[in-house]
Design a protein around this ligand. Structure first.
Ligand code: SF4
Length: 385
């Protein structure tokens, strides 16, 4: 069993997931299209940042990457190129004037074996160590649509703790160094925006280091417990996890015995939180079971009462199609196939260098429906930290 630093958020919440993922690795074809696009987005972002770091190289722009293919075979679309450009812009604009490109490290392997011998290294997406001002910036790019919180994010904490060792910072130094842990997530809607940061003194992370060492140790033992939670969604072990399965069945029993009465105040919020919790667990288990069913049927096994059918989305132009060619064909038939000319989004204008005050003067952020959100003590802790 090996311990992956990028899964710290999973094994810190469920120690048993390391063993379960070893027993139930991803099935062939389980990697979704969005996961493959996420890998491609990381690769493009890495190339763009590298081009800024090396002053002798020409900086890569969207135009240079659109239409190319990533190493995992994904065609780089406008959307992927835009996400990579936005991530690159976010890193660059967070630096003081003049930039700290020579101090920028992209996807560098950092030793993490002092946390656990089974975890050889971690690979932060990007970090910048500004030793003059005592600021350590760490970036994690997330290209999925599911929100990842930055506050007390185990993966970023692990990055920061390993970098403290890597940079040879002492117990005195870390009390004077600010660490800015950042998540850039262009496709997920979050009240704090796509570019989120959790900032504290590096020494504030000492208790977390102890917890990580202990969590990693327990995860590698036979006593590791499986504790269902939101992390089940990305655990390949979910299709064979008894704990997840039982917690779902308990929930179904609980539903059967519920006594209807009008809830108020604390009872209402408890019920809401409980249902949301189990909603996530059921979705996780169901997606794991679906993967297993698809896999078995594809391999010719009979799964009683279930079959598969090909789903179809909305018809769209193929990604490799020359759009100008189609437009020309339309013109030959007397039809204008172009979209009406329209302004790009305020966010894109910002990344293209238009001044924020200009964008603010001409744009607005409409209010949408009210949503119920979790309001727990973590927000208060974040404010006071
Ligand atoms: S499915 Fe959930 S409870 Fe089961 S091992 Fe994975 S993370 Fe843990």
């Amino acid at each position: 069993m090996a311990l992956a630093g990028c899964n710290a958020g999973q094994w810190m919440k469920c120690n048993g997931s390391v063993q379960m993922q070893t027993l139930f690795p991803a099935l062939p074809g389980e990697q979704s299209e969005s996961a493959r696009e996420g890998i491609a987005s990381h690769e493009v972002t890495q190339k763009m940042l590298e081009s800024f770091k090396d002053a002798t190289e020409q900086t890569l722009t969207m135009v240079d990457v659109i239409g190319t293919t990533s190493s995992n075979g994904v065609l780089i679309t406008d959307e992927i190129a835009q996400a990579a450009t936005d991530a690159t812009t976010a890193v660059i604009t967070a630096q003081p004037l003049g930039g700290l490109f020579d101090k920028m490290h992209i996807e560098q392997r950092i030793d993490s074996s002092f946390i656990n011998p089974e975890m050889n290294y971690i690979k932060p997406d990007c970090y910048i160590w500004d030793d003059v001002n005592g600021i350590l910036d760490i970036w994690d790019f997330k290209f999925g649509r599911r929100v990842v919180e930055v506050f007390e994010n185990w993966q970023l904490i692990l990055d920061a703790i390993c970098l403290r060792e890597h940079l040879d910072l002492t117990g005195f130094d870390d009390q004077h160094i600010r660490v800015r842990m950042r998540i850039f997530q262009p496709f997920a809607s979050h009240i704090d925006g796509v570019n989120r940061v959790w900032e504290c003194m590096l020494s504030d992370l000492r208790p977390f280091a102890n917890a990580l060492i202990d969590g990693a140790r327990v995860s590698m033992t036979d006593d590791a417990l499986c504790i269902p939670g939101e992390q089940c969604t990305y655990c390949t072990g979910r299709r064979g996890c008894e704990s997840l399965s039982r917690s779902n069945y308990n929930f179904m029993d609980y539903n059967g015995h519920a006594i209807p009465h009008e809830l108020k105040g604390l009872n209402l919020s408890s019920e809401y939180n409980l249902l949301k919790h189990y909603e996530n667990l059921i979705k996780s288990r169901l997606s794991g079971i679906e993967e297993q069913v698809l896999h078995d049927i594809r391999n010719g096994e009979i799964v009683h009462g279930l079959g598969v059918t090909q789903g179809y989305g909305r018809q769209r132009w193929r990604k490799d199609v020359d759009q100008e060619e189609v437009i020309m064909m339309g013109e030959m038939m007397g039809v204008d196939l172009r979209k009406p000319r329209e302004l790009t989004t305020p966010k894109k204008c910002l990344s293209l260098g238009v001044d924020e005050s200009v964008i603010d003067a001409y744009s607005e952020t409409p209010k949408t429906n009210l949503r119920v959100v979790a309001s727990d003590e973590t927000k208060a802790r974040n404010v006071f930290r």
